[in-house]
Ligand binder design. Structure first.
Ligand SMILES: NC(=O)c1ccc[n+]([C@@H]2O[C@H](COP(=O)([O-])OP(=O)(O)OC[C@H]3O[C@@H](n4cnc5c(N)ncnc54)[C@H](O)[C@@H]3O)[C@@H](O)[C@H]2O)c1
Ligand SMILES: O=C(O)[C@H](O)COP(=O)(O)O
Length: 633
């Protein structure tokens, strides 16, 4: 092209680019909703659309075939407009400011129809006079009869002819999802073609594109244009493992992140490979984020444990690398407590052996060795969120509560604090573990501890598999020392539901085995699926570290009319002075400053006026103790 490169024109496709769907397909779905073979016809129309977009059919062939199948009128078009307004691509909705500001330079060129395009682009602040598209023809009843055939866009090669006729003397960028969008560039009428894959990815189109973009934000970022996101979220990879709740996937996708979801956990080798381009990872209890994994995680900003326990994460290394870790400290507390109560009653009544007998035709009606929980002593090791909640409900069932915690805890209700585990073991009819999985707790309960318990005790572990020596538990069960056990967590757990489970506890009488489902209720998972992404997004979008398990906690005001500098550094004396001297050297006007430190980390947030130089940013990054540095605006 020989053109005035100073002037920039943006040609944007409509269907599946500005909106999430193809307008004509959707019109067919609306118009044929009541028809008996409607679904079949809609499918045919979709296939014809695709064939046109992929270049397998000429556009006029695709359009005329689709029109002959369509049976729509003005009422359906109005319903379509309503639908499209609800289904504008997220990144276009996000960047209305750019669209409005650059409206004179944006041309919407589409083989769709002005009848539904114009109301949508007006909603985005674009100009109707800059829309080049087809129009329907209607009869006197308002039924669509066809297309205005005099419009070049109804013909094969229509977009090329149209752009040719515009004689654009400018640097032209085309953004679209279809092959016909690429053809504008192919015919020398544009400088760049961007394949837009936020809604649909057509390989044939991606293959010929100069760039493939997952959002409008990416286009604006590459072209240094005003945008709603300082760094396009579609370039930020979020890896969600272990079947976290769909609410989590939705939370990230809604904001335009590049989300990858897996049902199972990943082992170390897989993770080492995967983590390289991941910025946020979401896991549950089965994925170990080890030192080796973290050594390969140079882009990683945050880890979300979609559960309570964080012992599967090497927190020390994460902190040294300036990676913030979040969890859901109480979203599944109640679910665990309910399972403990349920199992405790089943175990003390010996319900499971009786039930298994019944399935084999054995009728064993007897009260022998079956008890109520009322009046019994419930002993807990660990009196945190779960322990205290269990304390309340156990007491409501008429139990006496005893507990031991390494931290001094206030007893709830009539619960009694013990000074050692042994004191609890000596007195309890039911022992339940509610400690965390820190290294020091590995094999905390073994032969010695079981021997300190009362004969015929009920033992429950719904905390962590690593805290109990399984051979010792098996021995105590076989000897009758333990009357029944409920075990939900194991030293070795399958990574996925398809992997087998093996344990010495299998086949023992009055032992309830559950596959680590203490926190697996719809309610808990829904709560966690909302809570953890909220924390992660607050951190990524705003810098707030509310609820972080390893970062100094700071809840920051929303960023307004400033740029925010987030500086994570080793907590040694003099960093603030170094930062301030750089601000002074570059004459930076500070509009807000926040600082929080703990033993290892310092976290400084500075809001500054928008103008600053590249050298200023380099100077900040150059501070020796810098661990991580980000700018938000
Ligand atoms: N089975 C499941 O699905 C499931 C679900 C949720 C939580 N959990 C496990 O339950 C654990 C407890 O959860 P929480 O929310 O109550 O955690 P929490 O952190 O609120 O409470 C743990 C308590 O244990 C105490 N503690 C740690 N080590 C101890 C020791 N050796 N002796 C005595 N006390 C000790 C701590 O001081 C703390 O008060 C979690 O860490 C997690 O591992 C399992
Ligand atoms: O730490 C927890 O919250 C529990 O162990 C539950 O873990 P999960 O999410 O892997 O079921």
């Amino acid at each position: 092209m020989t053109a005035n490169k100073e002037k920039k024109i943006f040609i944007i496709d409509f269907d599946s680019t500005i909106t999430k769907v193809e307008g004509l397909d959707q019109l067919a779905a609306i118009a044929l909703a009541q028809s008996s073979d409607g679904e079949k016809i809609v499918q045919q129309i979709k296939e014809l659309t695709d064939a046109g977009m992929n270049g397998e059919l000429t556009l006029s062939e695709s359009l005329s075939k689709r029109m002959s199948l369509l049976n729509a009128n003005k009422k359906h078009v109005a319903a379509l407009v309503e639908f499209l307004l609800e289904n504008v691509s997220e990144s276009f909705e996000r960047n209305k400011k750019f669209l409005k500001e650059y409206a004179d330079q944006i041309l919407v060129v589409s083989s769709g129809f002005k009848d539904f395009i114009v109301p949508v682009i007006e909603h985005l602040g674009l100009k109707p006079e800059n829309v080049y598209a087809n129009t329907f023809t209607y009869n006197e009843n308002g039924d669509i009869t066809g297309v205005d055939n005099t419009n070049v866009l109804s013909q094969t090669g229509g977009k090329i002819k149209l752009v040719q006729s515009l004689n654009l003397d400018a640097h032209v960028s085309v953004i679209g999802d279809g092959f016909t969008d690429y053809e504008i560039k192919q015919n020398g009428l544009a400088d760049r073609f961007y394949a837009f894959v936020e809604n649909v990815e057509r390989q044939k189109v991606v293959d010929v594109a100069d760039f493939s973009i997952k959002s409008l934000d990416e286009f604006l970022f590459y072209n240094q244009l005003p945008r709603g996101q300082s760094y396009p979220k579609s370039l930020i990879k979020v890896l969600l493992l272990e079947n976290v709740h769909p609410a989590a996937v939705e939370a990230f996708e809604q904001q335009g992140f590049d989300v990858e979801f897996h049902k199972g956990a990943m082992d170390e080798d897989e993770l080492i490979e995967k983590i390289k381009d991941v910025s946020i990872i979401g896991i549950r209890s089965k994925t170990n984020i080890t030192k080796k994994v973290l050594e390969n995680a140079d882009k990683l900003l945050a880890i979300g444990a979609f559960c309570i326990g964080t012992n599967q994460i090497d927190i020390k290394t994460a902190t040294q690398k300036g990676i913030a870790v979040f969890n859901a400290p109480y979203s599944n507390t109640r679910s665990v407590v309910e399972l403990v109560i349920g199992e405790m009653i089943m175990l003390i009544r010996k319900v499971f052996p009786k039930s298994s007998g019944m399935h084999k035709g054995i009728w064993d009606k007897s009260a022998n060795h079956s008890f109520e929980v009322r009046g019994k002593k419930l002993g807990m090791i660990g009196y945190g969120h779960i322990g205290t909640q269990l304390s309340v409900i156990g007491e409501a069932l008429g139990m006496e509560i005893y507990f031991y915690d390494i931290v001094d805890k206030m007893p709830i209700g009539n619960a009694r604090k013990c000074r050692s585990m042994e004191e609890v073991f000596n007195v309890a009819d039911v022992v339940s573990l509610h400690i965390d999985g820190r290294k020091e707790n590995t094999n905390l309960i073994g032969e010695k501890e079981f021997s300190q318990m009362k004969d015929g005790v009920i033992f429950m572990n719904l905390a962590r598999g690593s805290v109990v020596e399984i051979p010792a538990l098996v021995k105590a069960l076989k000897s009758g020392k333990i009357h029944g056990a409920g075990v939900d967590v194991f030293p070795e757990e399958p990574k996925a539901n398809t992997d087998p489970f093996v344990s010495e506890l299998m086949g023992l009488e009055n032992v309830i085995l559950t596959p680590h489902i203490g926190g697996s209720t719809e309610e808990a998972q829904q709560g966690i699926g909302t809570y953890v992404p909220e924390r992660l997004l607050e951190y990524i979008n705003n810098g707030s570290t509310t609820g972080s398990v390893n970062f100094p906690e700071l809840t920051l005001p929303l960023l307004q009319n400033s740029h925010r500098l987030l500086h994570v550094h080793k907590n040694v004396p003099g960093i603030l002075a170094k930062l301030n001297s750089i601000f002074a050297k570059h004459n930076i006007n500070i509009t807000g400053q926040y600082l929080k430190t703990d033993e290892t980390l310092g976290y400084v947030i500075v809001d500054i006026e928008k103008s600053y130089s590249r050298e200023f940013v380099q100077d900040i990054k150059g501070i020796d103790e810098t661990i991580k540095f980000r700018m938000l605006f």
